[in-house]
Design a protein around this ligand. Sequence first.
Ligand SMILES: [Zn+2]
Length: 294
Amino acid sequence: MMNRLILFLAILLFLLAATPAFAENTLRPEILPRVVKQGEVCLMRTAGPKNLKSMEGEFQGKRIPLILNSSGKFYEALLGVDLDTKLAKYQIKVRGQDKGGKGFFGVSSLEVKKASFKTQTLSLPSSMVDLDPKTLERVNGETKRLEDLFQRVRKEKLWKGRFLQPVQGEISTPFGIRRVINRQNKSPHSGVDLRAEEGAPVLASNAGSVVIVDDLFFSGKSVILDHGQGIYSMYFHLSEILVREGERISKGDVLGQVGSTGRSTGPHLHWGLRVHGSKVDPFSLLRVTDPMRD
Ligand SMILES: [Zn+2]
């Protein structure tokens, strides 16, 4: 009986040791920066053999594909830390596999610190806040359509180099601010409002594909770009839209004009950003991609 048990354990140990996939601790992933605040973006990268079939990271249960950068030295992906992320030190696993099935594995960590989002109190016409059942149904449908979209990850990388600010103008409402509208707590501000004149051109922050052109209840005339690798940028409250769904866009192309459509109190651009579904501050993406070559 005892001999059988020992034999069984020996076989089990042999099988565990012989499992080739990801058994080797051979990658040294870096997270830059390793400490971020809620709502910020960072870069995950690792060196690795050039002929890999796949390389992916894992953060909060999300699988994030890394692709070889233009220098050919690093596999990279942007990582978005949602503004509601719990404060903690997170473990980030990275796994790769070559064409022969050999596995590579490495671990790094990312510490998320508290962002000090302020609170803004607003008064708006009740027709824009207390929604009748039909409008509520419309709003819920629009929200679901966008949330479903942000979960989709186009593996191809359409963006290149640094992202740019779509209009030059000061920030009128910062990212993440907690809003109390007509004494009701509303969801935090998931983008940045940039003050600009009605009709000012709105530029594409980076190359991408136009995935939404629509007139939405809250956002008014809206354009959403898919930059690939789970990165989406959005441009809301436009007065005019100059692109069509499905169109390929280069960085700096004019998407439309600044306006005040939807729920808006004056001409401005609401510039939003999602990275793998996470709501993040677009200015954080500008900082992280600033050193990147075009
Ligand atoms: Zn806004």
